[in-house]
Design a protein around this ligand. Structure first.
Ligand code: MLT
Length: 404
C-alpha cells in the first residue's frame, strides 16, 4: 500500500445531525477534503488539472464503525491500494484522535477522465506521485535483437497487433490504444535508440533493415508468426521494409499518418540540419523545431497536455538514436511499388490536419492497395492516435474485428 497522506480534520457542529452525530454525507465531504489537502501538501492541488485529466468517483464503499461528534478531531489516513491503467483505488481509514477509535473505513475507486469525459490512462506525473503500481502493471519485457535489447509492452490475448511508433516518439504514442483495445494482443516496442530500448552508440547501428528485423525479433520473442502491423509515420516506413523482407509475417496493415514517397531534396536538407541540431543541442531542441507542424490547431488550443506528452517522448530518444533515425528517414526508398503488391486487409488512417502526410496523400496511398479502406480522423494532426484517441481506437477496433 502506498501512503497518499494523513490529514487531521475537526468535526464542525453544522456537519452533525439532530442527534449530534457526524452525518454520513458530511463524512464523505471530509474524505474529499482529506484528498485535496493531501494534494495541496504534496504535488499541488492542480496536479490533475495541469495534466488535463480529472479523477471521477466510480464506486464508494464505506463502513461506518463508530459515531463522531462536533469538535472531535479525526485523523484520515489515505493509502493507494490499487492502480490500473485508467483507474486507482484509495482506502481511507478515519480515526478519532482522542481515543484512536476507527470511525469509518472507506474504499473509493476513481477513473481518470479527460476534458470530454473519456476514460484516459493516468498521466506520467500523476503515476509518479502515486508510486509503484499495486496491481496490473505493464512493465515492458526485454527482447534481444542483435546488438541491443528492446523494451516491448505486451498486453492482452487474441489477434496479435504490433504497434510501431514514429519519429521522435516512443511506444507510448499508442498509450490509449494499448489501454483500450482489450480484445487483441497488443505488442508495442520502443525502437532501438529510444525510450527503454538499448541504443547502439554509432549511427551505423541504425537502418531501415535493422528496424524491420528488430520487429521480427519482437514477434519471434513473443511467439507470434503473423500479426497485424500498425505503424505511425516512420513506423509505416519501417513496416514497408518489413513487407519487402518478411511479407509472410503480415496478416493485415494499419497505416496511420504515413506515406510511401521518399524524401525530396529539400526534405533531405532538412534532415541534415536537424541532425546538426540533435548533435549540438540535444533531443529537446529537436522536438521544439518539429512541434509546430505536428499537432492540429484544435489539439494545441484544447489539449495543451498532448504537447507535453510529445516533448516527454522526444526526451526519451538518445542522440545516437536521433542521428541514426534521421539518416534512415533521409535515405529511405520509394515504397509505392511495395504497396501495390499488398494483398492483406488494410486500413489507412490520417488526421484531417496532418501537415506531414496529409489526407490527399493518404487517399492516394489507399488507392495503391487493393481493397484498402481510408479513414480521415477529424480535428487531428500528425498524431491522430494521441490527439483523437477515441475516434482512432474505434476505427481501429472495427477494422480488427473484421479480420478473421
Ligand atoms: C514521424 O512521425 O515518424 C515523422 O514525421 C516521419 C518523417 O519525418 O518523415
Amino acid at each position: 500500500m502506498t501512503p497518499f497522506g494523513t490529514i487531521e480534520l475537526t468535526v464542525y457542529p453544522y456537519e452533525c445531525d439532530a442527534f449530534g452525530h457526524l452525518n454520513q454525507a458530511a463524512l464523505l465531504t471530509l474524505l474529499e477534503r482529506a484528498r485535496w489537502d493531501a494534494l495541496a501538501r504534496g504535488p499541488g492541488m492542480d496536479l490533475f488539472d495541469r495534466n488535463g485529466v480529472w479523477p471521477a468517483v466510480r464506486k464508494a464503499t464505506i463502513e461506518y464503525r463508530a459515531a463522531a461528534f462536533a469538535r472531535d478531531v479525526l485523523r484520515v489516513e489515505t493509502t493507494l491500494v490499487g492502480r490500473g491503467t485508467t483507474s486507482m483505488t484509495l482506502r481511507h481509514v478515519v480515526r478519532r484522535v482522542s481515543d484512536d477509535a476507527v470511525v469509518a473505513d472507506a474504499e473509493m475507486v476513481f477513473v481518470c477522465i479527460d476534458r470530454v469525459g473519456r476514460a484516459t490512462p493516468i498521466p506520467d506525473e500523476i503515476a509518479r506521485f502515486l508510486g509503484p503500481r499495486a496491481s496490473g502493471g505493464h512493465e515492458p519485457i526485454r527482447v534481444p535483437a542483435g546488438d541491443v535489447e528492446l523494451a516491448v509492452d505486451v498486453r492482452g490475448e487474441g489477434l496479435p497487433v504490433l504497434f510501431v511508433h514514429g519519429f521522435p516518439f516512443d511506444r507510448t504514442v499508442w498509450r490509449h490504444q494499448l489501454a483500450t483495445l482489450s480484445r487483441v494482443r497488443r505488442i508495442a516496442p520502443d525502437f532501438r535508440g529510444v525510450g527503454d530500448s538499448g541504443a547502439p552508440p554509432g549511427a551505423d547501428g541504425y537502418s531501415l533493415t535493422r528496424y524491420a528485423d528488430d520487429l521480427v525479433a519482437v514477434l519471434e520473442a513473443v511467439g507470434v508468426r503473423q500479426a497485424v502491423l500498425c505503424g505511425l509515420s516512420m513506423g509505416g516506413y519501417v513496416i514497408f521494409e518489413l513487407l519487402r523482407r518478411h511479407p509472410e509475417r503480415v496478416k493485415g496493415l494499419i497505416l496511420a499518418d504515413t506515406k510511401p514517397e521518399p524524401d525530396s531534396t529539400e526534405a533531405k536538407r532538412g534532415r541534415e540540419e536537424l541532425t546538426q541540431v540533435a548533435q549540438r543541442d540535444g533531443q529537446d531542441a529537436v522536438i521544439e523545431r518539429l512541434l509546430p507542424r505536428l499537432l492540429a490547431a484544435a489539439t494545441q488550443a484544447t489539449q495543451p497536455e498532448v504537447a507535453g506528452q510529445v516533448r516527454e517522448m522526444a526526451h526519451r530518444w538518445s542522440v545516437p538514436g536521433l542521428v541514426g533515425a534521421l539518416r534512415t528517414l533521409r535515405d529511405r526508398p520509394d515504397s509505392t511499388d511495395t504497396l501495390r503488391d499488398v494483398r492483406v486487409p488494410t486500413l489507412v488512417l490520417v488526421g484531417s490536419e496532418d501537415q506531414i502526410a496529409p489526407p490527399d496523400t493518404a487517399r492516394a496511398m489507399a488507392q495503391l492497395i487493393p481493397g484498402a479502406q481510408c479513414h480521415v480522423v477529424p480535428a487531428a494532426g500528425h498524431l491522430a492516435p494521441l490527439e483523437q484517441p477515441l475516434a482512432t481506437s474505434r476505427v481501429v477496433a472495427d477494422f480488427l474485428r473484421a479480420i478473421p
